[in-house]
Design a protein around this ligand. Sequence first.
Ligand SMILES: Cc1cc2nc3c(=O)[nH]c(=O)nc-3n(C[C@H](O)[C@H](O)[C@H](O)COP(=O)(O)OP(=O)(O)OC[C@H]3O[C@@H](n4cnc5c(N)ncnc54)[C@H](O)[C@@H]3O)c2cc1C
Length: 374
Amino acid sequence: MTKQLSRRTFIKSAAIGSVAILGYDPLLRSWITAAQAQSPTFKSAPKLDGILLLDDASRKAIAVDRGNLFHRVPVAVLKPGSVQDVVKMVKYANQHSLKIVMRGQGHSRHGQSQAEAGIVIDSSTLNAIQPPTSYSVDAGPGASWGDVAKTTLARNLTPPVFADTMTLTVGGTLSVGGLGNTSQHFGAQVDNATELDVVTGDGRLVTCSPQRESELFNMVIAGLGQCGIIVRARIRLIPAPSNVVLHNLVYDDLEAYIADQKQVAIEGRFDHQYGTAGRKRNGPWSFTMQLGKFYTPPDEPNLAPLMAGLRFRSQAEPVRRTYAGSTLVASPVRFSGSPMKKSPFRCGCFGVSRPMTLRHSRRCWRATAPCCNR
Ligand SMILES: Cc1cc2nc3c(=O)[nH]c(=O)nc-3n(C[C@H](O)[C@H](O)[C@H](O)COP(=O)(O)OP(=O)(O)OC[C@H]3O[C@@H](n4cnc5c(N)ncnc54)[C@H](O)[C@@H]3O)c2cc1C
């Protein structure tokens, strides 16, 4: 880029065309500009390949995320049919001083993928994955990491790092970081993106990488969705391991657990490293370090010397899996207990009666004063 681009300049340019403030809308908790007051009809909206949803149900359905703390209702939801739809709507949002945000699967917890009285772009319709080369794969922002894995593993290739939940989106984790159980060797998912197509705040479609338009690339990658919209990502691939042996070590002592996690990560003794903390009601905490070593049968690795000096209390029997099996099957199983699963009960905690999420229901049932309408 020839022009210096700072986060502040980006935000300014995204708000170009503003701003005659008419007043504050307490319902929307937002300042209303003259342009915004006229915009909700979207009469002058550009012709799109996808659809722009203005109905109440679609706008409210997208005003939720995993945190379930904020419910900011947009004035429109774009389901883009093409990258050009994103370009057109960013320009339109600029003209009308509307906030605009892209949403992956809304796994964020603090309303980051919501836009009060603005436009939310639902990335799920931009989920195409191109056939991989030996070194990389190109994916749309709404593609899930599970679908990326399916495509690349069919050719015995894999991204070096997966987050632990395979329904997270490519655009979503490349905007926040993306740590996984191989990060001690390969960094975060953002360290393995080699090129991006980005729609900038002023509505330009720019291809960027560490070598080309690097300033934009470095701002957008892990940029929390504040510095541009990712509409294509190129992800580095490596040969997929064939098998993995997973071993769970259980600790009572937090300090020993943390020291061992740190030591194993620094020394890189294992290929896979993961950890959980848990406790039964009123019981003591226990900590599990899951370690894994990749191998190609029949050369199974000897784990005993790799565990030398670790201070765990007990260990489970090692589990052997194919790499594809552990990647494609294990994560959705974990995900099936996710907080967004609908419960049959309804809750009025936020002043609105709606189906409770599992996490919400647990919180409600633990509360001393009952706060749910069953
Ligand atoms: C069950 C669960 C497990 C998780 N496991 C991990 C894990 O193992 N490792 C890890 O690192 N994180 C993990 N996370 C956190 C996860 O990375 C974030 O929640 C992240 O927000 C990704 O979720 P998403 O794809 O639904 O994106 P969203 O939550 O929809 O979006 C996240 C942010 O990115 C922006 N954004 C989305 N798409 C784009 C785009 N194309 N261009 C620009 N900005 C965009 C949004 O505006 C928002 O600010 C986990 C979260 C949950 C709920």
